[in-house]
Design a protein around this ligand. Structure first.
Ligand SMILES: [Zn+2]
Length: 137
């Protein structure tokens, strides 16, 4: 499931690239800066291939959220949703380490960066809670 989330982050990046390249001024600006501007059709193809590797339910959830938020998938850092900057309850933080979870305030999908998570001192109960979730069928 967490691999799906990280692919979802890449999908969101591709969506933003596709949107940016729809703007002729932006393409001209990037060409002027020496960037090779890709073709939208190629980006769309890559997007479709990537989306096919992610759980359809998660892609559907992401697509619905993109109607409300430009960034539907955001980082959860030190217990704070970087979409709305509200501190999430420790139970939400713990769940984000094992499943796709959403911010209770803004509804965005939360991602904990690899190698990061709640600090043991701040969320001492989190590892055992997450371990129980992983162990449950
Ligand atoms: Zn939020």
């Amino acid at each position: 499931m967490l691999d799906d989330l990280f692919r979802l982050v890449r999908l969101q990046d591709l969506d933003h690239l596709i949107e940016a390249y729809a703007d002729p001024e932006r393409r001209k600006l990037e060409r002027g800066m020496g960037f090779k501007v890709g073709k939208r059709a190629v980006l769309r193809q890559q997007r479709e291939e990537l989306a096919a590797t992610i759980s359809p339910a998660l892609v559907g959830r992401y697509t619905r959220l993109r109607g409300r938020h430009s960034r539907a998938v955001v980082l959860l850092r030190d217990g704070i949703c970087l979409g709305c900057f509200v501190r999430c309850p420790s139970s939400v933080v713990a769940l984000c380490r094992v499943i796709a979870n959403t911010c209770e305030s803004c509804g965005r999908i939360l991602v904990v960066p690899r190698g990061r998570g709640p600090t043991p001192s701040a969320h001492a109960e989190a590892p055992s809670f997450a371990a129980r979730l992983l162990a449950s069928p």
